[in-house]
Write a protein that binds this ligand. Structure first.
Ligand SMILES: [Zn+2]
Length: 450
């Protein structure tokens, strides 16, 4: 690490950008990025969306970075224009591959072989998924759900179209699978973090949350931190780093906060996407200075910690509620396995993906643990089973509040707030006790209770 003590700084370079760079432009861009950020490593993409970087051109770029003491690795993005006339019928968001189509499978092996011959390390950008609904995929899916079919399919693709051809071309090559920022949707598109990390040498994590009011993906800002922590538990010590970009990042702090939260999650690397977007981009100009400050803070702190949030593999429901709370100052540590030995656990509707969740919860409570559960979790359990845990009942009615009453240690009243609508809960006095009441006019009801 040349520039910072706690992490490497890296830039990803797309095939389209690399194909357009001559040595003079490369030197100009490098001087800019070195001045404002400091570059330890670059990921050089060989292929994306039909664009290949020619071998001589790639060697010129590799030599440039080697000469400047910058580490190099390869990159692949698994998107392609139609290869055959019939491919236009395949329903593919962002032109991701149809992995039921033999021509596309062969084409991907060719890309992987080409890249592995050029690099000892390769990362797959996070288009390594499928949303294809073509006739071939429908036929192969048969009676499986899309999640089951795509998960099975992408494990086969990882083994036979990525890892085998890569190791055949270059036995010492290390391959990294990068996971996108949308954890709640992995299973619907064939990302399988329960199995794939043991197949690949490393994983990597997308941390771009952009301006949450403008972005397309409904991902709260705290996710730039929490998804890194989750993936660290998925593959301890093998989460290679966090990666964010410049898109929908206005004002400038939206860009920088992605960097702060990524850095605070204690990444091995921080990767900026992508080279061609960064030259003379004012978003980048304060980044090196801010990372220097964070680097000094990280010298003084240990491993991140927080209340465990149990998010089983392939789960969704009340998506990212913990991230909204996290940005309000409650530290969370999302984990893929039930945190049996923790003192506390936070459970949302996503935890119900685990068929044994109620037995685990009961054992946790009997051992003296404290569980905080959301209405989404509790109201989706059978009423008779839930009654074993609490006197709270779900009425189906809604409560719109503009006034809050906090009881106990932080007692106080908060009047004339913006109206917010909650589920109205019914509970038995002194079997339960309210910590926070919400209401309007002459009445209120509990929104947080023991
Ligand atoms: Zn298909």
């Amino acid at each position: 690490m040349k520039h910072f003590k706690n992490f490497k700084t890296c830039v990803y370079c797309t095939a389209q950008t690399l194909a357009s760079l001559d040595e003079t432009t490369l030197a100009r861009d490098y001087a800019y990025l070195e001045k404002y950020v400091g570059i330890d490593k670059v990921y050089l993409e060989t292929y994306r969306d039909g664009t290949w970087v020619a071998i001589d051109h790639m060697k010129m770029i590799q030599n440039f970075f080697k000469k400047h003491g910058v580490e190099i690795a390869g990159g692949i993005t698994t998107v392609t224009p139609p290869l055959e006339k019939d491919d236009v019928k395949r329903q593919r968001l962002f032109q991701t591959f149809c992995y039921s189509n033999e021509a596309m499978r062969t084409y991907l092996k060719k890309i992987v072989t080409y890249t592995a011959e050029l690099f000892d390390e390769i990362i797959l950008d996070d288009f390594f998924f499928t949303s294809c609904t073509c006739d071939d995929c429908l036929r192969e899916r048969s009676n499986l759900s899309w999640a089951e079919f795509r998960s099975k399919k992408m494990i086969d693709v990882a083994e036979n179209l990525i890892l085998k051809p890569a190791k055949l071309a270059n036995p010492s090559v290390k391959v990294t699978i990068k996971y996108p920022n949308w954890r709640e949707s992995y299973h619907e598109t064939g990302y399988v973090p329960k199995i794939q990390p043991s197949m690949f040498d490393k994983i990597y994590t997308g941390t771009e949350t952009r301006n949450t009011a403008h972005t397309d993906q409904h991902l709260p800002r705290y996710l730039s931190y929490s998804i890194m922590r989750y993936m660290e538990h998925v593959a301890p010590g093998r989460n290679g780093g966090g990666w964010f970009d410049t898109y929908s990042c206005w004002p400038i702090d939206c860009y920088l906060e992605q960097g702060y939260l990524t850095a605070l999650s204690r990444p091995q690397e921080i990767t900026l996407f992508q080279w061609g977007d960064l030259f003379e981009n004012r978003l980048v100009t304060p980044l090196g200075m801010q990372l220097s400050k964070l680097d000094r803070i990280l010298n003084q702190v240990g491993t991140p910690c927080g209340t465990p949030v149990y998010l089983p593999y392939a789960s969704d429901g009340e998506n990212h509620i913990e991230d909204h709370l996290g940005m309000h100052g409650i530290p969370f540590e999302p984990v893929p396995d039930f945190p049996t030995n923790a003192e506390n656990v936070f459970l949302t509707q996503a935890a119900l993906k685990d068929p044994d969740i109620l037995q685990k919860l009961e054992a946790f409570l009997r051992n003296g643990g404290t569980a905080v559960v959301t209405t989404g979790f509790a109201s989706h359990i059978q009423a008779a089973q839930w009654a074993q845990f609490s006197s709270v009942r779900f009425t189906g009615r809604k409560l719109t509040a503009n006034r809050y009453h906090v009881t106990d240690d932080f007692a106080g009243f908060y009047e004339n707030q913006q109206p917010v609508t909650f589920d109205e809960l019914q509970f038995s006095n002194n079997a339960s006790w309210s910590y926070v009441n919400a209401g309007s006019g002459d009445s209120h009801s509990s929104i947080l209770l023991l």
